[in-house]
Design a protein around this ligand. Structure first.
Ligand code: SF4
Length: 426
């Protein structure tokens, strides 16, 4: 796998109320490579949108991203810029010293006098101050929201809104801003862009509004685009046009895309790899062709079976009974168990961990006890991972359960250490 441009590790976003703590995103890990499209799919309430908002620091109170989470942005030019601006926040990975307040981590960098050149490293957006997150938001990582109408301000023309963005983020004003704004509208396929700049959002059709919102997201030339259900409110022909547009823009601008949807059909069209979310967790991760050909998790199978047109020879479309539970307790069981047709007794006692779908006999069980979260990298087996007690498939049931239990215990110990700021009793 190529080095990621964005990597998320153990993302935990919680919402605290008087009565409970809702664990909307609970230990999510994934990465997206340069020019790659990662699809995140799942039902409403699975935590997809909160994941995207967490990346950009847009979680409103009473929500918060747990400090033990890690959101790493790897673009070398950005890392270099932040490292030069905030030398006190820099830590070289080869150093053994404690992280302290560091949020810029340098893997491969050279320093000549005061001049720092960064080849690889990352900025951790969870540890970084708001000023650094603001520098990344829009200019490096931009977001296309689901509802184009509420993303646009109804009392300003589309041109005003685009030019305001260009002024704030790029310092472009006057006639030059009008020219750049018109070019942006043209690049997203809006005809007669100079006239359209003078129109208000309500004068645009639904598809045009979504194109305008994409133009706004591209205004600062980001490297990563987070698309939160950008086609959900559109009819299928316009939906196909927006997907084509995103694919073209990705080729032209070398974009990495995280595409969030509940629609497996859309995922099949646009994604290179897929993460399936359920109740705040990623339950399966695979390249898109592998996921559609051989889904491993019973939830993924349920989602695929409920696609209209794929239920060959059946009178009724299969559905997944019940709804996504609100994850308001640390998981001690499989959260899918109440709805899972393959559930067995242990599913209500052991929390499944992310494991390869299968392991070769040579690898055996031992090689996986030391494997950390391991969502990316490693062997071929790591391309397809699943959180279900039925896997790794080639292991006997007792070994599988032992593996999942051991990993659950490791995570519990690490959570205690984080909470206490030191050693656990284990
Ligand atoms: S762990 Fe059990 S309940 Fe959960 S998905 Fe697997 S078989 Fe179903």
């Amino acid at each position: 796998m190529t080095d990621p441009i964005l990597s998320i590790e153990n993302l935990q976003t919680t919402f605290h109320t008087d009565k409970e703590t809702i664990r909307a995103v609970d230990g999510v890990s994934f990465s997206v490579g340069p020019k790659e499209t990662l699809g995140i799919v799942g039902e409403s309430g699975s935590g997809k949108s909160v994941t995207a908002r967490s990346i950009l620091g847009l979680v409103d109170g009473p929500g918060r991203v747990h400090p033990d989470s890690s959101i790493r942005y790897h673009d070398p030019a950005f890392v270099q810029r932040i490292a030069r601006r905030h030398p006190d926040a820099v830590r070289y990975l080869e150093d053994d010293r404690d992280d302290g307040d560091a949020y810029v981590f340098l893997e491969d960098a050279s320093k000549t006098g005061q001049d720092l050149e960064v080849a690889s490293g990352w900025v951790d957006l969870v540890r970084a101050p708001e000023s650094v997150i603001e520098a990344a938001r829009g200019s490096e990582i931009a977001m296309v929201f689901q509802d184009a109408l509420s993303s646009l301000n109804p009392v300003f023309t589309v041109g005003n809104q685009l030019k305001e963005l260009l002024r704030i983020h790029r310092g472009v004003t006057g006639g030059e801003a009008t020219t750049v704004a018109a070019e942006l509208l043209e690049s997203v396929g809006i005809p007669d862009p100079r006239r359209r700049l003078k129109e208000f959002p309500h004068q645009f059709s639904g598809g045009m509004r979504q194109r305008a919102v994409i133009a706004m997201a591209l205004a600062c030339d980001p490297t990563v685009l987070l698309c939160d259900e950008p086609t959900t409110a559109l009819d299928v022909t316009i939906q196909a046009q927006i997907i084509e547009l995103l694919e073209r823009l990705q080729r032209e601008r070398d974009l990495s895309i995280v595409f969030i949807t509940h629609d497996m059909g859309v995922i099949a069209q646009i994604a290179d790899s897929v993460a399936v979310m359920y109740a705040g967790e990623i339950v399966e991760r695979a390249p898109v062709d592998v996921l559609f050909e051989s889904p491993a998790h019973p939830y993924t199978s349920g989602l695929l079976e409920s696609i209209p047109g794929l239920a060959h020879g059946r009178d009724r479309l299969p559905t997944i009974e019940g709804s996504v539970p609100t994850p308001n307790e640390p998981p001690v069981q499989c959260r899918y168990a109440p709805r899972c047709p393959k559930a067995f007794e242990q599913c209500r006692r052991v929390h499944p961990q992310s494991v390869p779908v299968d392991v070769s006999p040579e690898q055996g069980l031992d090689s996986h006890f030391g494997d950390a979260e391991g969502v990316s990298g490693g062997s071929d087996h790591d391309d397809h991972r699943v959180s279900c007690l039925l896997y790794p498939e080639s292991l006997p049931e007792a070994d599988r359960l032992e593996l999942h239990r051991a990993r659950s215990d490791d995570r519990a110990v690490s959570a205690i250490e984080t909470a206490t700021g030191g050693e656990s009793d284990e």
